[in-house]
Design a protein around this ligand. Structure first.
Ligand code: HEC
Ligand code: HEC
Ligand code: HEC
Ligand code: HEC
Length: 338
């Protein structure tokens, strides 16, 4: 073989190798509904896999001896734990929230009892919020529950938080600038031009209007939400966000010939309904009331509101956060009284 020929055959072999090594695995589809309903769930093995599993639990600590409430000076929530259990939880919290910053992210090093750092005050409420989720919202989080890592993943500030866009979502209030909260591609609604802040409307209070586009009766619609037909856009924006947060299609929860009918929906829609009410509750009772504790740079750029949670805060692209791993059985103190 001449050297030119050899080069050509080498190149050919190389190309073959490259092409075969790059063969893209096919997407997989699973049917979720009855036959003929075409409720396909598409899984793309090429998409980056979400994180699974929690950091390994610390070995159990003895529940004997004096309690943290007896030994320490300023323990308001975890006072019933033995000192050993208390220290174990502090160590776990450090790994979940501030592995690089260490204990001092929440403590004045010379006085662990001091509440002078806002992060400690916020954390105390975070502990109560976690207990509340694990005891009051089993309808959503089941027995697996959540711990600090579910949202924080080793970061002091969770990756998925949101702030109100307030009036900024409308643009100028003159004719040309009026965009009615939409018409700019927004990442959190799947890069569609749907309303970019469906959260303020639906995720802030147990009294929020229901997520609904279709009146239940023909003709006059007494149960039509106040936004009228505009609610179709708000609803779809929220739904795009849910699909994206869980990494699923609409068919994961709905039969698409009738989005409304609960009987034709999957059981996951019911879980999602409890999730909706849970998120409203944690935003209204825990996260927004912390507004006064944060330094200004942590508050919303438009309204100065506190950072809040949505589905992505825990799910982060996964149907079950961290692949459905158990978060609490090794930390029973993070489950509140029932
Ligand atoms: C993410 C925040 C956070 C981190 C990190 C953290 N702590 Fe704490 N710590 C708290 C909170 C909140 C309390 C108060 C708990 C309560 O009121 O029930 C507390 C209380 C304490 C107390 C009781 C002090 C007293 O006299 O009242 C001690 C001791 C303590 N922590 C030790 C540690 C140690 C040691 C570490 C590192 C291994 C650590 N903490 C890491 C948030 C944190
Ligand atoms: C449901 C999700 C969720 C869980 C569970 C959770 N957090 Fe948070 N945490 C948040 C959100 C949202 C914020 C606000 C983010 C910010 O500060 O900008 C936050 C903020 C904090 C901050 C303040 C960070 C800063 O620098 O402003 C600390 C400290 C913290 N959490 C500790 C904890 C601890 C400790 C636990 C477990 C006992 C916990 N969190 C559980 C969602 C969560
Ligand atoms: C994780 C489950 C889930 C996913 C995924 C989901 N939805 Fe929903 N959807 C719900 C729930 C739950 C409600 C009702 C909200 C409530 O509980 O009040 C709802 C309500 C709706 C409604 C209003 C129905 C009515 O009664 O008027 C429409 C329309 C809708 N979804 C469309 C979609 C579309 C389109 C997608 C995909 C982009 C989608 N949904 C993805 C769970 C889901
Ligand atoms: C505080 C963390 C947290 C938040 C916030 C959260 N979820 Fe979940 N979700 C979980 C956990 C944990 C599970 C797994 C429960 C289990 O293992 O039984 C779960 C399970 C689910 C499931 C069932 C999945 C399945 O395969 O059975 C759906 C659907 C779901 N969540 C939807 C939502 C929606 C929609 C939102 C926002 C409205 C939301 N979640 C907000 C923690 C959360």
């Amino acid at each position: 073989m001449s050297s030119a020929n050899r080069t050509i055959s080498c190149l050919f072999a190389l190309t073959l190798l490259t092409v075969s090594a790059c063969e893209r695995p096919p997407v997989e589809s699973t049917q979720l509904g009855y036959r003929g309903m075409n409720m396909a769930e598409i899984d793309n093995p090429r998409a980056p896999a979400p994180e699974t599993g929690y950091p390994p639990a610390l070995p159990p600590a003895p529940a004997v001896g004096p309690t943290a409430g007896e030994v320490y000076r300023n323990v308001q929530v975890l006072g019933d734990l033995s000192v050993a259990e208390f220290t174990r939880l502090m160590t776990a919290m450090t790994a979940w929230v501030s592995p690089e910053e260490g204990c001092n992210y929440c403590h004045v090093p010379t006085d662990l009892a001091s509440d002078d750092v806002y992060t400690k005050v916020v954390s105390r409420r975070m502990i109560e919020m976690t207990q509340h989720i694990n005891s009051e919202w089993r309808s959503h989080v089941g027995d697996n529950g959540v711990n600090c890592y579910s949202c924080h993943r080793g970061d002091t500030v969770p990756e998925y938080i949101w702030y109100s866009e307030g009036d900024s979502q409308y643009g100028n209030r003159n004719f040309a600038g009026w965009r009615d909260g939409q018409n700019l591609p927004a990442e959190r609604v799947g890069l569609t031009t749907l309303p970019s802040d469906p959260f303020t409307r639906y995720l802030t209070s147990p009294d929020n209007e229901s997520v609904r586009i279709t009146p239940l009766q023909a003709g006059v619609a007494p149960d039509m939400p106040p936004g009228g037909i505009k609610t179709a856009e708000w609803t779809h924006a929220l739904m795009m966000n849910w699909s994206q947060s869980l990494g699923v299609n609409c068919t994961y929860c709905h039969y698409t010939a009738d989005f409304q009918d609960w009987n034709l929906s999957t059981p996951m829609r019911v879980t999602a309904h409890h999730g909706l009410n849970m998120v409203r509750s944690i935003n209204a009772e825990y996260l927004e009331p912390l507004r006064g504790e944060y330094p200004p740079e942590r508050l919303g750029p438009v309204l100065g509101d506190a950072p809040k949670a949505d589905c992505a805060t825990c799910h982060q692209g996964d149907e079950k956060p961290l692949g459905g791993a158990d978060a609490v059985s090794a930390y029973p103190s993070l489950v509140g009284d029932e």
